[in-house]
Design a protein around this ligand. Structure first.
Ligand code: AMP
Length: 368
């Protein structure tokens, strides 16, 4: 992820993919315009990188010019297009290829096409690296494009956000919202609760511990509590459906949260899928799984020690403790793989002083 001015952007299209797309367009241009001596007109500033790569690959006679015609301000497209600057060539009777970085609403290409046709050129072709069909409102045919993309704001490969980002060789899209949602992970006794308390203050996040919510419900003898108690007492997992509904309700209680620390959730793949779906319905996602890694025997000792004061029956019995750790490895540890596949897994050494471990976690969180 990268930050430009106040906004965060996430990777979208790699330079390799862009080059492949440019190779394809170039092959087509070489075929279509071999004997036309076309005039390539790059639209500044955004198209400079694309224009350069495209024109390099043209193997026949051609001429090159650049013009300026800005239509972007910030992340919103405005309908005002300024004047055409820089076209000194006589274009009457010529085949012109307009090279654009992106075609969005289409205002720029529409105005440009009209201006070029008015100057009497024989044909105007449009070549753009990116094309947003959902945003496009004009009729002009887009002859060559590299990628059709959804209607999101992108930067890189010539495209900018308020001046920054043009030099990036990969393309990034605006992070849909800037929430930080952490899955704090690790076996029972790894110190998730302790760290969550510190991190929620430090990053202004809402901490949801499914274990705490269950215990609160057991204490208050709610229906949910009664349902969960039999599982918890044995160190088993509460059924997914119950846990997922409970979690969703907890998230919904905090509509203005800057983000969440999920502690003890998800514990199964079904819960991880449900969380992804639920967060995506709120235009956000899990930012990272940060996992505290602690040796089993250290865990057992920690939990027995905690059991002396926590009042938790599942901490007082070594058999239940060992079962909770076993359940973790049998059912929960697979989630490491789940988040690794999404490049979201970060393991952190969970042995040491509380503030040392916080520092290790913060190092990860600060890069998100
Ligand atoms: P914890 O406080 O996180 O160690 O959780 C205590 C107990 O609550 C667990 O041993 C489970 O029985 C139950 N529990 C907590 N979170 C979940 C979850 N995500 N899915 C199923 N059961 C859970």
């Amino acid at each position: 992820m990268i930050k430009l001015h106040d906004l965060k952007f996430v990777p979208f299209i790699t330079e390799d993919e862009i080059i492949t797309a440019i190779d394809k367009i170039s092959a087509q241009l070489n075929k279509d315009l071999a004997n036309k001596n076309p005039l390539f007109i790059g639209v500044m500033n955004g198209a400079f990188m694309f224009a350069s790569e495209l024109i390099k690959r043209f193997e026949h006679d051609c001429e090159v010019s650049f013009i300026k015609l800005a239509s972007y301000q910030g992340t919103k497209t405005t309908d005002q297009v300024s004047e055409l600057i820089g076209l000194n060539e006589d274009i009457s009777g010529r085949t012109v290829v307009v090279i654009e970085d992106i075609v969005d609403t289409g205002t720029t290409v529409a105005v440009l096409s009209e201006m070029l046709n008015d100057k009497g050129c024989a044909a105007v072709k449009i070549a753009t690296l990116f094309f947003k069909p959902e945003a496009y409102t004009k009729q002009i045919h887009i002859d060559y494009f590299g990628f059709k993309i959804p209607n999101r704001f992108i930067v890189g490969y010539g495209l900018d956000y308020n001046g920054l980002g043009r030099n990036l060789t990969d393309v990034y899209q605006l992070k849909s919202n800037n929430m930080t949602n952490l899955v704090l992970f690790g076996p029972p006794g790894a110190g998730k609760g302790t760290q969550a308390e510190v991190l929620k203050q430090k990053y202004d996040l809402v901490h949801i511990s499914t274990g705490d919510v269950f215990r609160y419900n057991i204490k208050n003898a709610t229906e949910l509590g009664t349902l969960a108690k039999s599982y918890i007492d044995k160190g088993q997992l509460v059924p997914d459906e119950v846990t997922i509904n409970m979690l969703n309700a907890e998230v919904d209680k905090n509509p203005n949260a800057k983000g969440f620390i999920f502690d003890g959730f998800p514990r199964t793949e079904a819960q991880a899928d449900a969380l992804a779906q639920f967060l995506s319905s709120k235009a956000t996602a899990v930012s990272a799984m940060v996992a505290l890694e602690v040796d089993d025997e250290v865990l057992v000792q920690r939990l027995l020690e905690r059991g002396k004061t926590s009042g938790r029956p599942d901490d007082a019995d070594e058999t239940v403790i060992r079962n909770r750790i076993k359940v973790y490895y049998d059912e929960t540890a697979i989630l490491k793989n789940y988040y690794q596949k999404e490049d979201k897994y970060f393991g952190v050494d969970g042995v040491g002083a509380v503030d040392e471990i916080t520092e290790r976690l913060s190092k990860v969180i600060d890069t998100l």
